[in-house]
Structures are given as C-alpha cells and as structure tokens.
Design a protein around this ligand. Structure first.
Ligand SMILES: *[C@@H]1O[C@H](CO)[C@@H](O)[C@H](O)[C@H]1NC(C)=O
Length: 294
C-alpha cells in the first residue's frame, strides 16, 4: 500500500458498531448508497463463506461461463459496498459504475444497512456460520489482513470476539438480527455448514430464490469450480491479487481450510466451556440453530 498509515489502526464505533476507521470517516457515502430494485445483496458476518457465495452467484449470473468469471478479481466482480480506503478502494463508487443486475457484498449488521435496500425491497442472501469456527477464522484473518488492528493472542482475540469488539461488531447480534429481518423482507438465509454438507442443494435454493433455471451440467460445473480446492487455486478468487502489504498470505492464506469444526484445534477445554456458557445467554430467545461440525 502507498500509505502504510492506513494499516493496523484501531477500529472506530459507528452507531455502536466497531468498523475500520476509514469507513467511519466516509460513513455518509455509505448511508446514502442508492440500491436498485434488481440488486442482489450478499450479506454475511466476516469469515462465513462470503467469497464462496459471491463466486457461486457470479457464476449463476454468467450462466456458468468460467472465462467470464475470470474477467476480474472477485472483489471487483462483486464489490464490497462499504469498503472505502482513501486513495485505494471505494465500494460505493465501484458499484455506481457497474451495470445491473449488480451483485453486492456487505458485512454490515442489519441496522446499518443503507435504507435504500429496504425501500427497493431488494433480494438478499445471508450466509451464517457457527460462531466458534468464525472466531478462529477471524483470528487468522486479522493476522493476515492488516487493515485490522493487531489481534493479540488467541485468548485476547476470543475475548474481543465474545464482547463484540471486533470489526463489524457482535457476531451474535449480526446473525440474530438478520434472522429476524427475514420475516419481513426477501432474504434467503443460508448456513455455511449446509453449503459444505450439500453444496448442490444450496445452489438449487439460490436458483429458486433468484428465479433462475440452469441445466444440470451447468450446475455441476459451478459446483466443481466453487469447491474449496479449485477456488483456492483460482487467482481471481483467492485474493492473491491484493497487495502483499494489505494481505499477507504467507502469514495465513485467505483461503485457509474451508472446513467445519476446525475450532476444535484452537479452543482449549476451558475456553470451550466459557464460550458455550456465554453463548447460551447471548442466543437465548432466538430460534436460530447452528451446527458446529458436520
Ligand atoms: C492463488 O492462485 C494462484 C494461481 O493458481 C496460486 O499459484 C496460488 O498458490 C494461490 N494462492 C493461495 C494463497 O492459495
């Protein structure tokens, strides 16, 4: 990056949610983003299968044409709406220049989503992943993606995760509030663990939600192309086209493991017990159910 001072800075709160300082500085641009009625929003808490889902959707929208989907890096094909880094990236501006129908990525919690999405009744796809795997994956991601503050030790990071003091705030609030919102809007709520277990039926769910129809051989092609090992080797999906200063894959690759249940390699027994106890309190009253392994 040209300007190293953008890296490793503390997060700043906006309406009680910690975000990258540079997003907060340009918040008025995000707030006034103009959604179009045919926009498709892909909303996730970080590390929940976002890039995977974006790649599947871009392939669906291009009828499985692999060459078309290698036209550019995933973060240019499906812009990250709220990401604004001065002089480098502006998701809002990128989207203004994209033809409809646009695929839009966001990590915003429901209450921070620009109101134009609700007014236009846009279709939205939310992908949720179990908390323990997200926490572990987010810890490795903090280490390699240096727009985040330093993660500290795993113990310290886990505490920040549990108290919502990480970028995009509380996982618990994020998944619960999007879950509630699906009752009133066109939101397809998917689970990472289901996608892992049965990717084919999830592609069919997406097709149905999007009123699209693709021949089975195209679905098979999309399945192959979006399997973890193939995506990991795809330079237009594996983020290695990002500058090394901003994302250091030698610390931990962006596509790390792509499995469910990896938290077992990281949580100690006492961390697990404390986490579960706290989880019950935070998720009390919600009908949302996760699987922590498959
Ligand atoms: C990304 O894809 C390129 C091209 O296939 C490959 O050489 C590289 O090893 C991949 N990087 C990571 C970190 O997976």
């Amino acid at each position: 990056m040209e300007n190293p001072s953008v890296l490793r800075r503390e997060l700043v709160d906006i309406h009680g949610v910690p975000l990258f300082w540079c997003i907060v500085e340009e918040w008025s641009q995000v707030e006034s983003f103009e959604a179009r009625p045919d926009d498709i929003l892909i909303a996730t808490y970080p590390k929940s299968g976002t890039t995977w889902t974006c790649e599947i959707l871009d392939l669906i929208y291009n009828n499985g044409d692999l060459e078309k989907c290698k036209r550019d890096a995933i973060y240019n094909r499906v812009p990250f709406m709220e990401l604004i880094i001065p002089g480098q990236v502006n998701g809002i501006k990128q989207l203004e220049n994209i033809q409809s129908p646009r695929l839009i990525k966001t990590h915003l919690p429901v209450q921070l989503l620009p109101s134009s999405f609700w007014k236009n009744d846009c279709k939205m796809i939310y992908v949720a992943r179990n908390a323990k795997d997200v926490a572990v994956s987010y810890y490795y991601f903090y280490q390699m993606a240096k727009l985040h503050p330093e993660p500290g030790t795993w113990e310290e990071f886990l505490d920040k995760f549990m108290t919502g003091k990480v970028c995009f705030g509380s996982w618990y609030e994020h998944v619960k509030n999007w879950w509630e919102k699906r009752k009133d809007y066109r939101i397809l709520y998917l689970f990472y663990e289901d996608m892992k277990e049965d990717p084919k039926s999830n592609i069919h769910k997406l097709l149905e939600f999007l009123d699209k129809d693709l021949p089975e051989e195209t679905v098979a092609k999309i399945l192959y192309h979006t399997s973890f090992n193939v995506m990991k080797q795809n330079p237009s999906a594996n983020y290695t086209t990002m500058e090394k200063d901003a994302m250091d894959h030698s610390v931990s690759p962006f596509m790390r493991k792509g499995i469910s249940g990896d938290w077992k390699n990281k949580f100690t027994v006492s961390q697990y017990e404390a986490f579960e106890e706290d989880y019950k309190k935070k998720m009390k009253g919600s009908t949302l159910q996760f699987r922590s392994e498959i």
